[in-house]
Structure formats: structure tokens, C-alpha cells
Design a protein around this ligand. Structure first.
Ligand code: FO1
Length: 312
């Protein structure tokens, strides 16, 4: 069993590669951040779960990395005509997912059950596991006040300085039994190149999650979401700096130092190797950019090769 921890677009790229090299694909389980979830028009939207699910179903919008390819936005236009806010671009096909998810959650089914059901109906073979079934919401603290994650990220285009981040509801949340058993049974746990603060951060902040990571026998490997001090996507650098962390592959490795064995970094960060290894983490240099399917598959193969070498 190979387990990946993922947030949205960046993480899904590696997950796409892993799904093509882990055989059978059912041996891959992806634990996904749900702290970006938000209600729109009374519907439960889980952006990171959907990004992973659409990517694995082969229907993701390849230009944006989220949403469904060739989607239309007629429902959103009509909502706008009714005077509703329309800054979060929910496509017509995407809305079908949120309608079904919301209907099933209202029947009392868990997010884990509903996600498994939707993914199965789309023909997805790897397991997609929400990090928890409890409501957890990322709140970004800015000089303008507190913002819900999607307000900070989409509505205000991540333009506010970030002075703090908190995960509302985290104290009462718990990793689900399937998440805990995936961690226990894993040969390798891969921390995808997702934002370590707001994508991987909520997963690691779940009570008991870091302990479960420390206890499992699996080799734990992170892929750096930063290369040469820059993120491939999103406000990772600004967030890390705003919170007082070094915005580099070293800074990312430091955030995972209590459980990580290996970090895969870009060759442009080779000079960071000695500092990373002082943390007791092995640094392996591989191409971490994933613009093409070939690059995603190559990185996934490199990760599994490192995993097969053990804790090193
Ligand atoms: N990201 C945007 O930048 N703008 C959007 O309007 C937007 C809509 C959206 C709708 C459904 C969905 O599943 C994702 C969507 N995203 C959008 C992406 C989302 O905000 C981010 O991928 C994550 O929350 C960050 O990981």
C-alpha cells in the first residue's frame, strides 16, 4: 500500500503520476485536505477532494488544474442574475458533484462514504480518503481581518499579507478509521508537493495524525513544492514568509522533521542538502517540475524508487 497526502492542484499532479505507476491502482490511497471546503448556495463543495477525483477520473480541466474540462457556467450566470455572488467559479458539470454530495451528506452518510461512492461511479480506482469526516475550516488571518480560505484565495486572489492561519474545528476533528489504517498498512507515505501550511498543514494538525505518522513503519518521503525559492503554483512562499518560516525546500523539510525520512528536491536547491541532512532527513535531487504527464510519471517512479530503498 502506497499512501499520498495531498491538497489541491500541486498534489494532484503527483497523484496522477502515482496512479499510473502503482499497480494495481487500488494499492494507492490518497488522504486529502478538507479544510478548504465551503458551502456555496447551500451545497457542500470540497475543492481538494474534487481536484484529486477529477484528475484521477481523467476529466479535470487541464488548464486550471481544478474543475471539469469543457464545463459551462450557465447556472452561475443565472445565479448572478438573481444577484448572488459568483466569484467562486462553479461549472455546470461540477455542480452535479456538489448536488449529489450534499444530498448524500444530508441523508447522514459520512464524507468518506460519499467520496468513495462518487469516485467509484467515475471509475476511479485509487482510494480517495477525506482527512476526516468532521468540519474543519482554514481561516487566514490578514491585516484586514479573518478570511475563510476560499475568500482569501479566490475572491481576494491571495493578495493579502498572511499573518496567521488557524484551522477552525480541528480540536474536535479526528482522522477517520480508514485514514488511520492506511497509515498503519502503508509501505511508503508520500507528502505531495502541496502547500505545507494550508494543504498538508490541516491533515498534520488533526489530533493523533502526527503520532500515527511517527508510529507507522512506512518510509516517509516528501516532494518539495518549492524550487529555487519559488512555488510552482500558489502563495506558498508568501505564506511561509508571513508565518516566519524560511521559504525553501529546507523550510518545508523543517516543518516535517518530526516524521520525515527523505525529501526530494530540485537540482537548483543542491546547496540546501547539508542543512537538510543536519535535520536527520535524507535529501535526494530529482526533477520536481511536473508540467507534462511524462514528468508526473517520472517523478512518481523516482519517489517509488526512493521508497524501495527504505528509510535510508
Ligand atoms: N480556484 C480559483 O482560483 N478560482 C475559482 O473560481 C475556483 C473555483 C473552484 C471551483 C471548484 C473547485 O473544486 C475548485 C475551484 N478552485 C478555484 C480551486 C480551489 O480554490 C483551490 O484549488 C483549492 O481550494 C486550493 O487547494
Amino acid at each position: 500500500m502506497i499512501v499520498a497526502l495531498a491538497g489541491g492542484v500541486g498534489g494532484s499532479k503527483l497523484v496522477e503520476g502515482l496512479a499510473r505507476v502503482v499497480s494495481p491502482p487500488e494499492d494507492l490511497a490518497v488522504i486529502v485536505n478538507t479544510a478548504d471546503d465551503q458551502e456555496f448556495y447551500g451545497l457542500h463543495v470540497s475543492p481538494d477532494l474534487d481536484t484529486v477525483m477529477y484528475t484521477l477520473a481523467g476529466i479535470v480541466n487541464k488548464e486550471t488544474g481544478w474543475g471539469i474540462e469543457n464545463d459551462t457556467f450557465d447556472a452561475l450566470s443565472m445565479l448572478g442574475r438573481y444577484g448572488e455572488e459568483t466569484w467562486f467559479c462553479l461549472g455546470d458539470r461540477d455542480l452535479a458533484t456538489h448536488i449529489l454530495r450534499t444530498r448524500e451528506l444530508r441523508k447522514g452518510r459520512s464524507l468518506t462514504e460519499v467520496t468513495a461512492d462518487l469516485a467509484e461511479r467515475l471509475g476511479v480506482r485509487p482510494r480517495i480518503l477525506p482527512m476526516c469526516d468532521d468540519p474543519v475550516r482554514t481561516i487566514v488571518l490578514t491585516p484586514e481581518g479573518e478570511l475563510q480560505f476560499q475568500e482569501y484565495f479566490v475572491k481576494r486572489r491571495a493578495s493579502d499579507p498572511v499573518v496567521g492561519v488557524r484551522f477552525e474545528g480541528i480540536d474536535r476533528a479526528r482522522p477517520t478509521p480508514p485514514v488511520l489504517s492506511a497509515l498503519r498498512e502503508a509501505e511508503a507515505i508520500i507528502i505531495c508537493p502541496s502547500n505545507p501550511i494550508v494543504s498538508v498543514g490541516p491533515i498534520l494538525s488533526l489530533p493523533g495524525f502526527r503520532e500515527a505518522l511517527q508510529e507507522t513503519q512506512a518510509v516517509k518521503i516528501a516532494v518539495s513544492p518549492l524550487a529555487a525559492g519559488r512555488a510552482f503554483k500558489g502563495p506558498t512562499v508568501e505564506m511561509m514568509r508571513g508565518l516566519g518560516y524560511e521559504a525553501s525546500a529546507f523550510g518545508v523539510a523543517s516543518l516535517y522533521r518530526d516524521f520525515l525520512h527523505v525529501v526530494i528536491i530540485d537540482e537548483r536547491d543542491a546547496e540546501l542538502v547539508p542543512r537538510i541532512e543536519e535535520l536527520g532527513i535524507r535529501a535526494v535531487i530529482r526533477p520536481v517540475a511536473m508540467y507534462t504527464l511524462e514528468e508526473k510519471v517520472a517523478l512518481a517512479k523516482a519517489v517509488l524508487e526512493v521508497a524501495s530503498q527504505g528509510r535510508g
